[in-house]
Design a protein around this ligand. Structure first.
Ligand SMILES: Cc1cc2nc3c(=O)[nH]c(=O)nc-3n(C[C@H](O)[C@H](O)[C@H](O)COP(=O)(O)O)c2cc1C
Length: 373
């Protein structure tokens, strides 16, 4: 007899209960104007909201204009940004089944670059470059401008900007907020000894390097409703000698737990182009597993999780509590339905599409075989 799928069992993240353990990972779309969502977001997120994932997390969303990676990045720093997200949230709510999260971010020293399909290099002044920020005035790479090291007033401004954006997210009705503490962006530049060379209370020991990210976490915790979910994407490994390790991530996760965070997503990389990342199926799961052993909050695994049986095994073996998938959902926005078919489980499908499900469509078996399953 087939065992009941663990991937398709409900999970409580703080006050939020999800019907399954599948999240669509945040993915920048570089299609906003002045930080405001466009009709690209409507169709992109609308489509992903009905593909069977329990949760859909909207892309890295900047808390101040300088915190955008590119001029096309989403923001939540103005009334206009907030108003532009309203129809996106309404559309996903009306037609989709996924609960909605948003990732709040500040790009730090990796801000002010071209969108990837235009090269992804630092913007020139003529193209509208702006001053990037970091823990220390060390450029991300050769040929990149030196960021400005945040001083006391800058730290307070950024911290307040995270809290203000979280208030806007609460007003918009999001179910979950995730802070971006990974991938070399601003909060990660504080945590990682590779980027943080400060001599004050915000640099040096791990305890001091955690200080600013924890102040931000605290400020957001104060304004984000307790009955909704709150988490952070953290770094399980810098992939570089002297960088952050999964033990550091576990210590940080414990601090977030103390503040009242509900989960961490354990990612890796991005702090330096010198890092040598060994990408393979589930390559970041061991970091999630280590963090899970060290803290009591829910741990999400991400990174090259593609196959439903692989996702099922991660949960069934207790290596993580839930998973996030990015590219697999771009490739197949109905990944949740297809995973449910493979695992003998149920995923929500809107009635408009019922006639393409296996019980009503003989072609479904052919489609599944064509996908290799
Ligand atoms: C197009 C694209 C945009 C991304 N944007 C973000 C982002 O906004 N925030 C973030 O934390 N990660 C971002 N990522 C990383 C993914 O969320 C995910 O961690 C990574 O792709 C590994 O998962 P995967 O193998 O399932 O794609 C992005 C990835 C892709 C492919």
């Amino acid at each position: 007899m087939k065992r009941e799928s663990r991937l398709f069992t409900p999970i409580a993240i703080g006050g939020l209960t999800l019907p399954n353990r599948i999240a669509v990972s945040p993915m920048c779309q570089y299609s906003a104007v002045g930080g405001s969502a466009t009709d690209w977001h409507l169709q992109h997120l609308g489509s992903l909201s009905l593909g069977g994932a329990g949760l859909l997390i909207i892309e890295a969303t900047a808390v101040e204009p300088e915190g955008r990676i590119t001029p096309g990045c989403l923001g939540l720093y103005s009334d206009a940004n907030e108003a532009a997200l309203e129809p996106v949230v309404a559309l996903c709510r009306r037609w989709g089944s996924a609960r909605l999260g948003i990732q709040l971010a500040h790009a730090g020293r990796k801000a002010s670059v071209e969108v990837p399909w235009e090269g992804g290099k630092p913007l020139t002044v003529a193209a509208g470059a702006w001053r990037s920020l970091a823990s220390s005035a060390i450029p991300f790479d050769e040929g990149w401008p030196a960021p400005q090291a945040l001083d006391e007033s800058g730290l307070a401004r950024v911290r307040d900007a995270f809290a203000a954006a979280a208030r806007r997210a609460a007003r918009l009705g999001f179910d979950l907020v995730e802070l971006h503490g990974a991938h070399g962006y601003l909060l990660h530049t504080f945590l990682s000894p590779i980027a943080n060379r400060r001599g004050d209370a915000y640099g040096g020991s791990l305890e001091q390097r955690m200080r600013f990210p924890l102040e931000v976490a605290q400020a957001v915790r104060q304004v984000w409703p307790r009955e909704r979910a709150l988490g952070m994407r953290i770094t399980g490994c810098d992939w570089i000698e002297g960088g952050l390790t999964s033990e550091d991530a576990g210590i940080f996760a414990r601090e977030l737990e103390t503040i009242g965070f509900d989960y961490v997503c354990v990612s890796s990389g991005g702090i330096s182009p010198k890092a040598r990342i060994r990408v393979a199926p589930g390559y970041q799961v061991p970091f999630a597993e280590c963090v899970k052993k060290m803290c009591g909050i829910a741990v999400q695994a991400v990174g090259m999780i593609v196959d439903p049986n692989q996702a099922e095994a991660i949960i069934a073996e207790g290596r993580a509590d839930w998973v996030a998938l990015a590219r697999a959902f771009l490739d197949d926005p109905r990944w949740g339905w297809h995973a449910a078919d493979v695992l003998g489980a149920e995923a929500h499908c809107p009635p408009q599409y019922h006639r393409a499900r296996p019980n009503l469509w003989p072609g479904a078996a052919l489609a599944k075989a064509a996908r290799g399953g």
